[in-house]
Design a protein around this ligand. Structure first.
Ligand code: IPT
Length: 986
């Protein structure tokens, strides 16, 4: 991981030197390349096809989900939030694992993702790098890049020649899927956080490489990209302003999962910096914190979620609205999995990210909080032309509360007051009254009674004034609006607050209404009718419904109940106004004939309420007719009993397991003649080793999993110790053998990425005798390269130094292996990163279809005696019916006190690395499509014992994480080859 304190230093240094940019005010189009008018912008917001829009987006990484049919599941869940956009990275290193051979096939094909985005009704922001960061292997850079000399992320011609074919290739795929070609892509981002720069000597360089930026934009043009380009400066530092629309990133809550309330006081306020840097384009946050990464030995994502849960989304997301942010991309909305060694060493197999949608695709409470916010913005067009007029205003009674006032500059009337605790970390609630500006003059709210409003700790609210909601002219509302719709001439407004709070809504009207409480307790509603307005005050309970004649229907619900309401985009393009109460998830709504067909997921008994025009006379849920009754206010209500059939989940402990030794390299006269001879005497790496030959894995084409080294020596006589300096990335381990004799291991710890070791040889070597030193090490992934110009991703994996104590033997040669074939890897379907260098994996024994009947029987719960590696296989059958979504994980319990490491392969796909003594991950979600839900599965695992005492698993279980009825539909298994003999394997 790049040091965040270093970044913080840069941020402070650069904030004083912002560079103004942008052409004069007016509707703008792309400055360079082919012109288009599908996506334009002015100083407030983007326009898509001529319509002013808020871009509310969530980040997902297609490469972190190798099941094409599951993209639609995630994308429908994002659409159901009320978002209209999804943002993606593309990982160069995966698709060009071998230089010059781009692989866009099978799970690496982007087309199914773009098609799914279109069918879900989402636009796409395409962010192909070449650099992406993303806590991914090399930050997106390919392993072979280690052999390309000079500074990366600069105009270094060696680097240019490296990225151009990739950007050309991915650029054409993006171009084909642009909105101008009928596709979903509306914006394209070259590079990533191109904000901090280094000189070759590692000192900071104040200047970005504008020639590199020019080359990238030129290549985007050449590939046919015509939608506007954007950037994501790591802070508002005015970098990479040659793109069409300048944007920046913000992670306000930090990543200190150890301390769930380490929120900053006060939160960042970006509007003025935005005005300085990009006054004539929309305030655009290309990455806004939606969770947190976590590292080896970290706290785990459930703990991180305490830091970045729904409260954080309430306080900090609303604070970005206070800065009039009109493009907001939540990083991540769904993290996914670092399957197949895709992580950088700073992370582990799970990239759950504590996101709104968990790694197993279930929905967290934060999801529902975001849904309330996004839906509100989508029905509040004046927000898009609003700007702060009064920043950090305090209410009449005290400074505990801070309010930012936004005014609609175009309409000149509507205002939004964003209310938060002055100190976001405040632990007690605050009472307040606030002065608001309205069309009838200044008012102090609440108006009715003497009560103040309560703002709980870790909360924030939006008060609106002069807000037109269809047929209702809302003078003000201190209850938050989730949505409103005009349905058959009646305006339905859905308002919410925390249970037990009081809130008000005042409606401008000259009519006299009977306040008709049709649901809920009439005693919780107080009202005051004046000549031009009706003010209602509610003590918020579960659900109160008030009819104001035939004109207006108010739903006032507590926040948790508000989570149950959905505002589907009916038929995606046809605006049939509906609001549906549906419980866990409403995915899609289609209207045809007189039938409103809904799809989605339920758990438990679900209460449905259909608030829809009368033209919708019948309703179906996942194809089955919903029986409903008419409510006292003209909507339809029904109950649905979820059916989640019980399924048989095999007990892995009781299965028949087969095993083989997977470290034959230390037994007998092992023949390594087919291995690569490590005989280079020159490395392009800046770190020059002291070894007689280069012992860096990347120099020989190995970039993931495990690496094995074998040094062949002739003894001088009297050698007693072997000393080495070895590097593998954070939490790496290694073991050393002298022939068949185990010398020792470094068992690893969360932070160290390198180690100096000294091991006593198996007795002093006898003059003239031959010896082989075998080293098995982890490759924890390629490092990232956060700074432009640095070469951190080239950090070597292997030995930079070794020596012997007692005497110095004569080197015959060194041999090295990683995955079979290295960059010319074997398994095109699962990609180059999927395999490591262990014997069993080189042979392809992790793949399904191998006849292992001749292998001996033993379970990993019995485990391995002494140090070494064993490889285990078993098969089991699943039979999970259609029409449900039962995500499954493979779980371990912490075992013995000895050190061991496990790599999991499910049907040949590497889906987990478990480090018992470092953690924190013990539960490994494996999606349907990797797991075959209707038939046989092959589970294979390597067990590397790092100690004399041996190692065994305490438990290994298949766990059904959640059960819902519904789901995305048929999920096909990701196609990949079964085992076949691998010619030339060793
Ligand atoms: C920013 C990156 O752009 C993104 O790729 C990812 O790494 C994210 O952060 C953290 O998860 S880097 C910023 C935190 C300095």
């Amino acid at each position: 991981m790049v040091s965040l304190s270093r970044i913080a230093l840069l941020v402070t240094a650069a904030q004083s030197a912002v560079i103004p940019r942008d052409a004069p005010v007016g509707l703008k189009v792309r400055q360079t390349g082919a012109g288009q008018n599908a996506v334009t912008w002015d100083k407030y917001s983007f326009y898509v096809n001529g319509e002013r829009v808020m871009i509310y987006s969530g980040e997902v990484h297609p490469f972190r989900n190798p099941v094409q049919d599951l993209h639609l599941d995630i994308l429908q869940k994002i659409k159901a939030l009320g978002f209209n956009t999804v943002s993606i990275y593309v990982h160069w290193g995966i698709v060009e694992y071998e230089r010059g051979k781009l692989n866009w096939d099978g799970v690496f094909d982007l087309q199914p993702f773009f098609d799914a985005a279109k069918s879900a009704g989402l636009w796409v922001i395409a962010r192909p790098g070449p650099y992406i960061n993303a806590e991914s292997a090399g930050g997106g850079f390919p392993g072979w890049g280690a052999r390309v000399e000079g500074q990366w992320r600069t105009s270094n011609p060696n680097y240019t020649a490296a990225w151009q074919p990739y950007i050309d290739s991915v650029g054409k795929i993006i171009a084909k899927n642009q909105i101008t070609k009928g596709g979903p892509i509306i914006l394209a981002q070259p590079e990533n956080e191109y904000s901090g720069f280094m000189n070759p000597d590692g000192s900071l360089n104040p200047n970005e490489d504008t020639e590199y930026e020019r080359l990238l934009l030129e290549e985007f043009d050449n590939a046919g990209i015509e939608v506007p380009t954007v950037c994501n400066d790591a802070w508002i530092g005015g970098h990479f302003t040659s793109v069409d629309v300048y944007g920046y990133d913000n992670y306000p809550a930090g990543f200190t999962c150890s301390d769930p309330l380490s929120w900053p006081d006060p939160p960042d306020y970006f509007y003025s910096s935005h005005k300085d840097v990009a006054p004539n384009s929309p305030n655009s946050i290309l990455e806004f914190q939606g969770g947190s990464f976590d590292s080896w030995g970290g706290f785990g994502f459930e703990q991180c979620y305490k830091l970045i849960g729904p409260e954080m989304a309430r306080v900090f997301n609303k604070n970005t609205y206070a800065s009039a942010t009109h493009l907001l991309n939540i990083y991540m909305i769904y993290g996914g999995t670092n399957w197949g060694h895709l992580s950088n060493p700073g992370g582990y197999s799970s990239y759950d990210y504590s996101a709104a949608i968990a790694e197993d695709r279930t929905l967290r409470e934060k999801y529902y909080e975001l849904k309330l916010q996004a839906n509100f913005l989508m029905v509040s067009p004046a927000y898009l032309t609003s700007a702060p007029v009064d920043v950090q205003k305090f209410p009449t009674n005290g400074s505990n509360i801070t309010i930012t006032e936004l005014l609609d500059e175009v309409g000149g009337k509507q205002r939004f007051y964003i209310v938060r605790q002055t100190k976001p970390t405040e632990t007690t609630s605050s009472a307040f009254k606030v002065d608001i500006e309205t069309s009838v003059g200044k008012l102090t709210v609440p108006q009715l009674g003497t009560a103040s409003y309560i703002l709980p700790a870790h909360d924030s609210k939006i008060i609106v004034t002069d807000y037109p909601a269809g047929g209702a002219e809302i003078l003000y509302s201190t209850l938050e609006i989730m949505t409103w719709k005009v349905i058959d001439g009646r305006t339905v407004i859905l308002l919410y607050a925390n249970a037990g709070e009081s809130g008000e809504i005042a409606i401008l009207t000259t009519k006299t209404y009977k306040v008709d409480v049709r649901r809920g307790k009439a005693s919780t509603v107080t009202s005051k009718q004046a000549s031009t307005s009706l003010t209602l005050q509610f003590v918020v309970g579960h659900e109160t419904v008030v009819a104001l004649g035939e004109d207006i229907l108010l739903y006032v619900v507590d926040r948790v109940n508000a989570y149950n309401f959905w505002v589907p985009d009916v038929n995606l393009d046809q605006d049939l106004p509906v609001i549906i109460k549906a419980g866990y998830l409403l995915r899609t709504a289609k209207f045809s004939g007189n039938t409103l067909s809904l799809t989605g997921d339920t758990n438990g008994t679900t209460v449905f309420e259909i608030i829809a025009p009368k033209s919708a006379q019948a309703y179906t849920w996942n194809g089955v007719r919903l029986d409903t009754d008419l409510t006292r206010y003209g909507t339809q209500e029904g109950r649905y009993r979820t059916r989640t059939p019980r399924v048989d989940i095999p007990d892995l402990a009781r299965l028949k397991w087969k095993y083989i030794n997977s470290l034959p390299e230390v037994s007998g006269s092992y023949d390594d003649s087919k291995w690569v001879t490590a005989d280079h005497t020159y490395t392009p790496n800046k770190i020059k080793p002291t070894t007689p030959v280069i012992l860096y894995a990347s120099d020989y084409g190995f970039h993931s999993g495990n690496i094995l080294w074998r040094g062949h020596f002739t003894a001088t006589g009297g050698e007693t110790t072997f000393n080495l300096t070895i590097q593998g990335g954070n939490a790496f381990a290694y073991s050393v053998w002298d022939g068949g004799k185990y010398l020792g291991s470094f068992t690893g710890a969360p932070a160290p990425s390198a180690h100096n070791g000294s091991y006593t040889l198996a007795g002093p070597w006898v003059k003239g005798s031959s010896h082989v030193i075998t080293i098995l090490q982890d490759h924890m992934g390629l490092e990232q390269n956060w700074f432009g110009g640095e070469e951190n991703f080239k950090s070597f994996r292997g030995l930079s130094d070794y020596s012997f104590g007692g005497a110095t033997p004569t080197l015959k040669h060194w041999k090295v292996t990683g995955n079979l074939g290295g960059e010319k890897f074997v398994d095109w379907a699962r990609g180059g990163y999927n395999e490591g260098g262990l014997y069993a994996v080189r042979k392809g024994y992790h793949l399904p279809g191998l006849d292992d009947s001749k292998w001996a029987s033993k379970s990993p719960l019995k485990g391995i005696k002494g140090p070494g590696v064993e490889f285990y296989r078993t098969t089991f059958t699943l039979n999970i019916p259609d029409g449900v979504d039962y995500p499954i994980s493979i779980d371990f319990r912490s075992s013995t006190s000895t050190s061991f490491r496990v790599e999991l392969y499910v049907n040949g796909w590497q889906f987990g690395k478990y480090i018992d003594d470092i953690g924190p991950q013990k539960s490994f979600p494996v999606p349907q499509g990797i797991l075959n839900y209707k038939g046989e599965n092959t589970l294979a695992l390597s067990l590397w014992s790092l100690e004399e005492s041996g190692a065994a698993l305490d438990s290994i279980d298949l766990v059904v994480r959640s059960e819902v009825e519904g789901g995305v539909g048929i999920v096909r298994n990701s196609l990949a080859p079964d085992f076949t003999e691998r010619p030339g394997s060793y």
